[in-house]
Design a protein around this ligand. Sequence first.
Ligand SMILES: NC(=O)c1ccc[n+]([C@@H]2O[C@H](COP(=O)([O-])OP(=O)(O)OC[C@H]3O[C@@H](n4cnc5c(N)ncnc54)[C@H](OP(=O)(O)O)[C@@H]3O)[C@@H](O)[C@H]2O)c1
Length: 390
Amino acid sequence: MKVYKLEVFYNDKHLGYLRLPFMPYGKFLGFKKDDNGDLKACFDMRIEQGYECYNFKGELELKVDESFSWPYEYMQGDGPSDWDVVTLGTYTIKLVYVDANEEDIFTLYNGVEVPRLGFGTWLVENDVAPEVVKTAINAGYIHLDSAQAYGNESGIQIAIKNSLFERKDLFITSKVQAEIKSYEEAKKSIDESLKKLGTDYIDLMLIHCPQPWREYSLKDGYRYEKENLEVWKAMCEAYKEGKLRSIGVSNFNIDDLKNIINNSDIKPMVNQIPIHLGNVWKELINYCREQNVMVESYSPLAHARLFSDEVKNNVYYKIYNELKAIPELKAFDDSLNAAQTYLSYASSYSDIILPKASSINHMLDNMKYLIKLDDAILLKMEDLFEKAIK
Ligand SMILES: NC(=O)c1ccc[n+]([C@@H]2O[C@H](COP(=O)([O-])OP(=O)(O)OC[C@H]3O[C@@H](n4cnc5c(N)ncnc54)[C@H](OP(=O)(O)O)[C@@H]3O)[C@@H](O)[C@H]2O)c1
C-alpha cells in the first residue's frame, strides 16, 4: 500500500517525513524563540482561519523561507504539535506517494494492509456524514469505520466522492448488524452495504456483535453460536467472491472466537473491541495475538468520558498530569495532550485505533499519538487508575 506523506527538506537535506498524509486545509508555519532565545521555525497543522489553502493533490512543492513569517503571536499558543522546532532557513515540503511502513499499516494474515489509524463514524448521522467524513478524509484519515447500524453508509459514499482521495486509496470497514443472525439476511445485508457505500468491495466486514445488542450485557446469556456461524458463512462466501477483502468480528470473547475458529475454514482476521484505560481485556487480546487475529481498539477515548467532568472530577486528567510530572518516564512524550496520551495507551494494546471526532481540531489532534508506549508507562497508568478509582 502506498500512502501520501510530506517529505521535508532543509536546504536540499532530507529532514524526514511527516507520518500523517498531508494537510490540505492549509499549513501553519510559524516562528518561535527556543530556550536560548534563538528564532526557530516550526510547523503545525492547526487550521488558522483565513490562511492560504494548498491542494496537495499531485506533485506540489512548497518553498518556505523567512518571507513566510507569520505574526509571532501565532506561536504563543500550543507551540509546535507535529514537527519539532527546526532551524530557520529554507524548506521544501513535497507531497510524496510512498510505500507505507509498519508505522502506517498493519498487515492481516491474508496479506491485506490496514491503515493503523481509522476514523470512527458511530453517531455521525447520515445527513452530516458527507461533510464530516469528507473533512476527515481530506485531513488524512484513509481508513473509515462504519456499520450498517450507524445508518451512514450512503452519506459516506458521498463523502468519498467529494473527497481528495480515490476509492482505491481508502480502507472502508462496515459491520453486519448485531441483530442479523441468519445466512440469508447476512448475505442480503452485505449486498446492501456495497450498494449504499457505492463500491464493488468493502475492505473489512465484521459481525458487529455476537448477540443482538439488547442481549449483549446479559450475563450467561445465549451466545448465538449456530447463528453466528450462519452469518460467518455468508461473509466467507462474499470474501471468496471478492466483495469483501477481509472479514472479522467485533465484541467477540474468547469462546465466541473459538466457535468460529473451530468450525470454519476461514479464521476471523480481526476482532474490534473497546480498549481504553480502565478497560483492557488482556486475556482476550493475548488470545487474538496467538491466533493472528488483528485487534482494533474502539472507543479509545472512552466515548469522551475521559474528558467529562463527571468522571470522578476527571481521573484521566489527574493521571495525565501526574504522568507529565514524572521525569524518569522518559519515553513519555510530554508534547502529547491528554487525548493523544490516551490514544497512545489504546494503540499500545492494539494494532489499530478508531477515534471518532466531529471537529477538525479533534480530528487533527487525534492523528498524533505514539504507536507504543513503554510497558513501564502503561503499568504506571494502570496503577494510577486503580488508585484513583478506589
Ligand atoms: N464495534 C462496536 O461495537 C463499536 C462500538 C463503539 C464504537 N465503535 C467504533 O469506534 C469509534 C470510536 O468510538 P466512540 O465513537 O465510542 O468514541 P471515542 O472515539 O472514544 O470518543 C469520541 C468522543 O470523544 C470526543 N473527542 C474526540 N477527539 C477528542 C479530543 N482530541 N479531545 C477531546 N475530545 C475528543 C468526540 O467529540 P467530538 O465528536 O465533539 O469531536 C466524541 O464525543 C466509533 O465511532 C465506531 O466507529 C465500534
